[in-house]
Design a protein around this ligand. Structure first.
Ligand SMILES: Nc1ncnc2c1ncn2[C@@H]1O[C@H](COP(=O)(O)OP(=O)(O)OP(=O)(O)O)[C@@H](O)[C@H]1O
Ligand code: NI
Length: 280
């Protein structure tokens, strides 16, 4: 401590999500797979955080643990998960459901599958908004769709999920999620099922919405170019561990871990190419 440091340091802002020493494994008939191995991670309120790493490194497991949405086969073996200061291990099923409903948003990988195929979009929006005490008249629903940049909201309200494109379905799923005003949004490869042209529009939309509402975004991505463009901080995972984390530009331009170097060199949407593009 230096001489002029304050006697009582300012308390750090409470983390939106805080993982401490989190380890988890999958137990199946085929054996035991260690998926997370001592993960320490704090996500600040309003932060845009990317989690990157090769397939099987544990990214989805980490993000699912944040909402205790782990598959049945997955067991937390040690460590803790805190969401908005609450230790999930101390919450019963009803309290977990309430926390998910009130504070956490998930953006699906496959948006069309996340909608009910038997119901028109309008009906699904009504059913989602009514318990929140939100207006569900046609004009309000159209306005909700307009906010996610759907151009003909009145027309779209009348459609069934199979009649909308993947990009449109993702906009609808985002509208449904953001209508609950979550403090924390978790997006596990939200554009994996979409065409590259639509991908950019959807990511721009997500970032715009979270920035406006001060929501923390935890975004799992394989696209380092997109990560560079939008995220404050990157976490690099490898074999269930965080091998490197830091401000996006620092990690991608000056990677310290050998593994990050390999990743930056090999991944599609190479960060160095994206940087050149940004200069043009
Ligand atoms: N349902 C499951 N049953 C058994 N093992 C699983 C299951 N889901 C994941 N695993 C294993 O846990 C480890 C971490 O998987 P996880 O899905 O978290 O990785 P990921 O980084 O999200 O990969 P990807 O980029 O392919 O989505 C891997 O070894 C994986 O094989
Ligand atoms: Ni995954």
């Amino acid at each position: 401590m230096t001489a002029n440091a304050p006697a009582v340091p300012a308390a750090p802002a409470a983390a939106a999500v805080s993982l401490s020493g989190l380890s988890a494994e999958y137990r199946t008939r085929l054996g035991v797979t260690r998926a997370l191995d001592g993960i320490d991670l704090d996500v600040a309120p309003g932060e845009l955080l990317a989690i990157v790493g090769e397939s099987g490194s544990g990214k989805s497991t980490v993000s699912a643990a944040m909402g205790r949405m782990l598959p049945r086969a997955c067991h937390i073996t040690s460590g803790s998960v805190r969401v908005l200061g609450k230790d999930l291990a101390g919450l019963g099923p009803e309290a977990i459901r309430a926390l998910r409903r009130e504070s956490l948003g998930f953006i699906p990988q496959d948006p069309i599958a996340s909608l009910d195929p038997t119901m028109r979009i309008r009906r699904q929006l009504e059913l989602a908004l009514r318990p929140l005490g939100r207006p569900t008249d046609r004009a309000s629903l159209a306005e909700l769709l307009a906010r996610v940049k759907i151009l003909e909201p009145e027309r779209v309200l009348k459609l069934y999920p199979h009649e909308v494109s993947g990009g449109m379905a993702q906009r609808i799923a985002i509208a449904l999620t953001m209508a609950r005003e979550p403090e924390i949004l978790i997006a596990d490869e939200p554009t994996a099922s979409l065409d590259s042209q639509v991908r950019d529009e959807i990511l721009t939309l997500i970032v715009d919405l979270v920035q406006r509402s001060g929501t923390s975004l935890i975004w799992i991505s394989h696209d380092l170019g997109a990560v560079r463009r939008w995220c404050d901080r990157v976490v690099v995972m490898h074999q269930g561990r965080i091998v490197e984390e830091g401000p996006t530009a620092r990690v991608l331009d000056d990677p310290r871990a050998e593994y990050t170097r390999t990743l930056v060199a090999a991944m599609p949407g190479r960060a160095d190419l994206a940087a050149k593009e940004a200069e043009r």
